[in-house]
Design a protein around this ligand. Structure first.
Ligand code: GDP
Ligand code: MG
Length: 665
């Protein structure tokens, strides 16, 4: 016979076969229907939209990105957790002694509008399994646990998700966790207790969860480990609801104590307690259906003189618990919405940023691919140009700007010239004396020998050639690295394009470096000519002479004070010649080094920055000609493509979630 009984009084009726004695009175039925109508209005207006909202977020997959409001069930081993969940969900779950629940089991209960629907879906790891009958659930969960936590007694933090859509379930998401074990038995790892506690804590400390603490009536509530753990993460109990089970197993005469607990008089929790009676082992052995068990439960509380008031207070029975949980969940959802919105906004902007870094993907059509490649190459060229003119784009910058490094090397070159100039000044007199002794002819003192002057100058300037080439090499390295950074930035995720850029950069580096080197060599050959404009030379010579007359050894003295370690030999008799010659040498050397201080950076800058950048861009543009290779060049790194896809999905669902939330307010 089909009988209506109120499992979730205001939510829905569970239709069950039960003995004739269980037929409710007509008044019961009417009351039940009236309650249902009242609740229905409230449900449609307030509750349903709220649950729908979270449902829709979950459907979008937002639960992958952040914690959505949920209810977590914890308790000591065999306290009755699975029994409560079974009663709420209408499906049998694995049970037995020891650790039966070895992975967190998420039960997403969705109330279906259509009366005869039952759809289940089990998701774990990469598996997704459609279930069509409640009887399949138990075995499949066992199998899933073996996959996730291994066959045996270990536990795993990986979630197994069971979604049930049925007209007989309340709208709830509950997570069943392994029971708290005090001591390891058999082959269990010695620290199994701690492992389980860590797992439980990771769930119950989330502000988004309501913690259901299941405590059997026949144990001392004060010693319950689960309650202690819940109190640690939620001291006032604003997120904790106590569920007392097994009221039928209480010692006769101690029922009053149980009632006190439910009335929140023993261990106070802000949310208080509920009491339920589930199927005992005997009832399971007798194959009592879950619906029959609900009916038995109602009669148990109705007929019990101590517990009856709890039923009247809506603090007893599974249907009342289902109602309460739905209401709690709704209230909790409303409370967490502002935080949830904020979190979604933050995640969304972080995702958008990450996507920007990933770059846009390669398009599908040949025409779009060509446009994409041209854009990539012209952006690359633009960035190279900016970099070579000292305005590198911010995103390409590593620690230090390339141009700053190059300028630093140019300054080092100038410093080197200055250093060498002072060294030269320091040894100049000795040199002049050496040459005077060897080559001076019939000239009187004070007439300088032009040959001596030219020889010394040439010898001195040629010494600068090697350092100039070393500067060139250092700068080439810097620029090559910077160009490769630009390529890595522009061709991120396109390994073949990057490889082409690398090969061309390397080839051009060699080519440009050798051309610049030849140019530097020519420059030093030109310096052999020994030339300066008369007017410039004349001016500088006069200045040099006046300084040398004021304090003839100033440069040398300052050198000594800098501890450069030169020894100055005693002044010879032909002082006049030496004075004259050093003034000329200093003048010319100054002019020549001033010229080189600019000329070497100009040559390097031209070949290594300007021309290298232009040529690299032109060479890369040649790729456009190779039409049949475009797919090859635009072949994406699998990782990047996957990451972009994942980020795009996340961005999309978060944007939709944000949209849902803003419409809800
Ligand atoms: P869990 O380890 O916390 O999931 O506990 P279970 O739900 O597996 O329950 C442990 C045992 O207690 C099972 O044999 C259940 O049948 C039994 N049990 C659970 N709730 C009740 C109840 O309200 N009354 C009685 N008599 N037995 C119950
Ligand atoms: Mg269990």
């Amino acid at each position: 016979m089909l009988i209506g009984c109120c499992v979730h009084p205001a939510l829905h009726l569970v239709i069950s076969d039960s003995p004739a004695s269980a037929v409710p009175t007509i008044i019961d039925q009417i009351l039940c229907q009236r309650m249902e109508t009242m609740f229905y209005n409230c449900y449609e207006e307030k509750i349903r939209p709220c649950i729908d909202l979270i449902d829709s977020l979950r459907k979008l997959g937002v639960d992958k990105d952040l914690n959505l409001p949920a209810i977590v069930v914890i308790g000591d081993q065999s306290s009755g957790k699975s029994s409560v969940l079974e009663a709420l969900s209408g499906v049998s779950l694995p049970r037995g002694s020891g650790i039966v629940t070895r992975c967190p089991l998420e039960m997403k209960l969705k109330k279906a509008k259509d009366g005869n629907v039952w759809k289940g879906k089990l998701t774990y790891g990469h598996c997704e399994l459609d279930l069509t009958d409640p009887s399949e659930v138990e075995d499949e969960i066992r199998a899933a646990q073996n996959v996730m936590a291994g066959e045996g007694l270990g536990i795993s933090h990986e979630l197994i998700s069971l979604q049930i859509e049925s007209s007989n379930v309340p709208d709830l998401t509950l997570i069943d966790l392994p029971g708290i074990a005090r001591v390891a038995v058999g082959k269990q790892p010695a620290d199994i207790g701690d492992q389980i506690k860590r797992l439980i804590t990771s769930f119950i400390r989330r502000q988004e969860t309501i913690n259901l603490v299941v405590v059997p009536c026949n144990v001392d509530i004060a010693t319950t480990e689960a309650l202690k753990m819940a109190q640690q993460v939620d001291p006032s109990g604003e997120r904790t609801l106590g569920i007392l089970t097994k009221p039928d197993l209480v010692d006769k005469g101690t029922e009053g104590n149980v009632v006190d607990i439910v009335q929140n008089l023993v261990v106070e929790l802000e949310k208080g307690y509920m009491i339920v009676k589930c199927r005992g082992q005997q009832e399971i052995n007798d194959q009592l259906t879950l619906n029959e068990a609900i009916e038995n439960e109602r009669r148990f509380f109705e007929d019990h003189k101590d517990y009856r008031p709890l039923l009247d207070d809506k603090k007893a029975t599974i249907p009342c618990l289902a109602d309460r949980l739905t209401a709690e969940l709704v209230a909790h959802i409303i409370q967490t919405l502002p935080e949830l919105t904020k979190e979604i906004e933050e995640k969304l902007s972080a995702t958008t940023k990450e996507l920007e870094i990933c770059g846009e993907g390669v398009p599908d059509t040949v025409h779009d691919k060509m446009t994409f490649l041209i854009k990539k190459l012209s952006d690359f060229g633009q960035n190279l140009r900016s970099l070579s003119s000292g305005e590198e784009p911010d995103d390409c910058i590593k620690e230090e700007r390339c141009y700053a490094k190059v300028r630093n090397e140019f300054e080092n070159w100038k410093d080197h010239l200055d250093r060498v100039k002072y060294q030269f000044y320091g040894v100049m007199r000795n040199k002049v004396m050496e040459y005077e002794k060897a080559y001076r002819g019939r000239e009187l003192p004070g007439f300088i020998n032009y040959k001596t002057f030219e020889t010394i100058v040439k010898q001195q300037i040629v010494k600068l050639q090697l350092p100039a080439i070393q500067t060139l090499k250092k700068i080439t390295e810097i620029v090559r690295d910077a160009f490769l950074d630009v390529a890595a930035y522009n061709f991120k995720g396109l390994p073949n394009l990057m490889r082409s850029a690398k090969i061309r950069t390397e080839d051009l580096r060699k080519q440009q470096e050798s051309q610049a080197e030849i140019q530097l060599q020519i420059q030093f050959k030109i310096e052999n000519v020994v030339y300066s404009q008369d007017s410039i030379y004349g001016q500088k010579l006069t200045k040099a002479k006046s300084i040398s007359e004021e304090g003839s050894d100033q440069d040398v003295k300052s050198l000594k004070s800098k501890k450069l370690g030169f020894t100055i030999q005693s002044m010879p008799n032909d002082k006049a010649t030496i004075h004259e010659m050093t003034a000329h040498l200093k003048t010319y050397y100054k002019i020549a080094t001033e010229r080189l201080a600019n000329q070497v950076p100009l040559i390097i800058g031209y070949y290594i920055l300007q021309e290298f950048a232009t040529k690299l861009h032109v060479e890369m543009l040649q790729l456009i000609q190779e039409k049949d290779q475009i797919d090859e060049y635009l072949h994406e790194e699998v990782d990047v493509a996957d990451k972009r896809k994942m980020l795009r999905n996340r961005q999309q669902r978060l944007a939709q979630a944000h949209d849902h939330l803003s419409k809800f307010y």
